[in-house]
Write a protein that binds this ligand. Structure first.
Ligand SMILES: [Zn+2]
Length: 326
């Protein structure tokens, strides 16, 4: 059998591993707790154990592996594989993750930003398969992003490109987690959606959400807004629609900037379905130029929760082939 690629999605809660073939087929998977509180060595133990288990699940061993890719939370240097100080990995400070894992595993290891890796996964083997140029937005607590232009991740000179969540959509707008104001993320994420709900209620709008949160507006969650939509609460529908409009506005800028074939959406928020996708598509189309607006298809992710692990494998293969001039 030709050699396989390992993909690892290193999250603050779980380490997920996939074994993939060179053409992007998933051969086996493993998932286990990260034990982030234990610091870098404990986390690397978990990654190593997860890789061993995933290989065993596919009936394979280390000798069958060409390379491994790790999608890690930023900030990091993707070229050296050094991870700086991710907020959800306590005790990590300038950890040379690629080098340390390569020593443990005995085959080449590559580290990339987790949002870029998810984008590459969708490009390689998911909803973006066959596209030359695409972008991905992860819609969850925050808004992450990745961009592939003519088959390659757009990384920027310092590797910091594709921070789609921090596109500015409003002058002096809401304060974003990054410290800046008016970022897309402050409107288009779950956090932003809850913020929109709180502002609406404070301006006097009536909704079932006030009752559900017991009058403490800061207890409102994204799930409550979705439940409100499901129960026909007009205000919840308005909040969801507003959120879709903000997302669509950000996407219209991406469409005008990149002229992509696909805009792939993933993350917890996309389970809202058409009630969110319709305002996203309508707003994106209304605010972009005709030709790129017609070209860009806005679709949900094809790999579900696996875009990160499969993408980490895909990135590793692309980088291995580049390193070996193939
Ligand atoms: Zn920001």
């Amino acid at each position: 059998m030709s050699q396989v690629i390992i993909g690892v999605d290193l999250g603050g809660t779980n380490v997920k591993t996939a074994v993939a073939s060179r053409d992007g087929q998933l051969l086996s998977k493993d998932s286990r707790p990260t034990h982030a509180e234990g610091g870098p060595d404990v986390v690397m133990d978990a990654m190593q154990e997860s890789i061993t288990a995933a290989l065993k699940g596919a009936g394979l061993a280390s000798k069958d592996v060409l390379a491994a890719g790790i999608g890690a939370p930023g900030p990091m240097n993707w070229q050296t594989g050094v991870v700086y100080s991710p907020p959800n990995l306590p005790g990590w400070h300038n950890v040379p993750l690629a080098e340390l894992m390569q020593k443990r595993l005995g085959y080449p290891c590559y580290v990339d930003n987790d949002a870029n890796v998810a984008c590459y996964g969708e490009y390689w083997s998911g909803a973006g398969r066959g596209a030359d140029t695409m972008c991905l937005l992860t819609l969850g607590t925050g808004v992450g992003g990745g961009i592939v232009v003519f088959h390659k991740l757009l990384r920027g000179i310092d590797g910091t490109a594709a921070e789609i969540g921090h596109l500015k959509v409003m002058r002096d707008g809401r304060l974003c987690g990054c410290g800046s104001k008016g970022c897309l993320e402050a409107y288009a994420s779950v956090t932003g959606m809850v913020h929109t709900a709180i502002e609406g209620i404070e301006s006097g709008k009536k909704t079932v959400l006030t009752e559900w949160c017991g009058g403490d507006l800061h207890k409102i969650t994204g799930k409550m807004v979705s439940d409100g939509v499901a129960q026909g609460d007009e205000f919840s529908k308005w909040v969801m629609n507003e959120t879709g409009v903000w997302i669509g506005l950000g996407i219209s800028s991406l469409i005008n900037l990149l002229n992509p074939e696909k805009v792939v959406l993933c993350g917890g928020m996309i389970s809202a379905g058409e009630v969110l996708f319709k305002p996203i598509r309508d707003t994106a189309k209304a605010n972009s130029f005709e030709v790129p607006g017609k070209r860009a298809e806005i679709v949900s992710a094809g790999l579900g929760l696996d875009s990160g692990v499969i993408g980490a494998a895909g990135c590793a293969l692309a980088r291995y082939e580049e390193d070996h001039h193939k």
